[in-house]
Ligand binder design. Structure first.
Ligand SMILES: NC(=O)c1ccc[n+]([C@@H]2O[C@H](COP(=O)([O-])OP(=O)(O)OC[C@H]3O[C@@H](n4cnc5c(N)ncnc54)[C@H](OP(=O)(O)O)[C@@H]3O)[C@@H](O)[C@H]2O)c1
Length: 343
């Protein structure tokens, strides 16, 4: 049974950084959500966060939150490098989990979390909020209905100007830094939303002195003959646009394609059709749609969301692994250990 007697879903928040605060601010506005606990690596941060958002329980360690039976779902908002440990701890203790993107460092870790959730019959979802965004869902429905014919190509980019100092998590290999996992996950997930898992890919990157990717470009290919060109950067602000070209037309998503306020459908031989966000859906950056999807699924007794299916998350993680393999980015925990027996 999920929720309080009056039907509100009880959230726990794990970590107290930037996106945790943005998500908490959006949850506070949802009448059927209640944040009942927060955990941080430090008691002081947990208490300050709890005070800021009116949260009754503040824990200075993760175990207490994972073990809190009065939490229906934990939102994991640590850097990617800690997603496996934090989400795994919560699932092992019987909590449902919404875990930030990139879901984990690599597909192996993602597979472990998915297996654990499925074994325990618990809800697990990647916080790929783009997939829950009403206009992105509209775009997908149009493409699936054949509005532009057979998809031939996708282009998408996400680059931030920075500069990010070497001390920033985006530059830190130990925290899964680099453009690909943080930003490139959006263009890759967008392409895979429309085309599924690619058959093959090529990729090229520019690496930082720390060994993370400053910018990466990849060309993904499908058996159908479709291609997707994806680009991400942490040292150049790109337009953050997407376009999907089909055999009978094209859809352009200008400016912030993963949280659009409009897009334009060009059907061959017809006037362009503009689709605009419904103001009732709230600010375009709102994370309420993913929160609502989690709460809907929990109330319906579903263990995964049809909007953000775990097999889709696993397929994206395999693509990110394949891109990293081509560009030579490997994170510290992934280093091949020397075989001591042979040293
Ligand atoms: N959905 C979105 O739009 C969106 C936007 C931004 C980021 N994200 C994702 O959210 C995650 C966090 O990003 P952020 O921008 O919020 O980062 P951030 O501001 O650096 O916050 C991360 C928090 O995680 C905890 N933390 C820091 N280092 C850690 C470590 N080594 N091990 C465990 N916990 C650690 C800290 O909280 P405590 O001190 O309380 O432990 C820190 O405040 C990333 O995976 C990122 O890709 C998503």
């Amino acid at each position: 049974m999920v929720g309080t007697a009056d039907g509100r879903v009880r959230w726990g928040i794990l970590a107290t950084g930037g996106i945790a605060a943005a998500f908490a601010a959006d949850l506070v506005d949802l009448p059927d959500a209640e944040i009942v606990a927060v955990a941080s690596r430090s008691e002081e941060s947990a208490r300050a966060f709890a005070e800021r958002f009116g949260i009754p329980r503040a824990y200075g360690e993760w175990d207490a939150l994972a073990g809190d039976e009065d939490v229906d779902v934990v939102y994991v908002a640590t850097p990617h490098s800690a997603h496996r440990a934090a989400a795994g701890l919560c699932l092992a203790a019987g909590r449902n989990v919404l875990c930030e993107k990139a879901f984990t460092l690599n597909a192996r870790e993602a597979g472990e979390l998915v297996a654990l959730a499925r074994e325990r019959g618990l809800f697990l979802m990647e916080a790929m909020w783009m997939y829950c965004h009403p206009l992105v869902r509209r775009l997908k429905a149009l493409v699936d209905d054949g509005a532009i014919g057979e998809v031939r190509s996708v282009q998408a980019d996400f680059g931030l100007a920075g500069p990010f100092p070497p001390s920033h998590r985006l530059r830190n290999p130990a925290l899964g830094g680099g453009a690909l996992l943080d930003l490139g996950v959006y263009p890759v997930s967008f392409a895979q939303l429309l085309l599924g898992e690619p058959l093959d890919l090529v990729a090229k990157a520019v690496l930082s002195g720390e060994g993370v990717d400053l910018q990466t470009g990849a060309l993904l290919s499908w058996e159908s003959g479709a291609l997707a060109s994806v680009h991400c950067s942490i040292h150049g602000g790109t337009p953050v646009r997407a376009s999907v070209t089909g055999s009978r037309g094209r859809i352009d998503v200008p400016d912030g394609f993963f949280f659009p306020d409009h897009f334009v459908l060009h059907r061959d031989g017809r006037d362009p059709e503009e689709y605009r966000a419904d103001p009732a859906d709230g600010p375009r950056t709102s994370l309420r749609h993913e929160a609502n999807e989690v709460m809907r699924a929990l109330r319906a007794g579903e263990t995964e969301s049809p909007l953000v299916p775990l097999d889709g998350t696993l397929a994206v993680m395999r693509t990110l692994d394949a891109i990293r393999e081509r560009i030579g980015v490997r994170y510290p925990g992934e280093a091949v250990e020397p075989d001591l027996a042979t040293v």
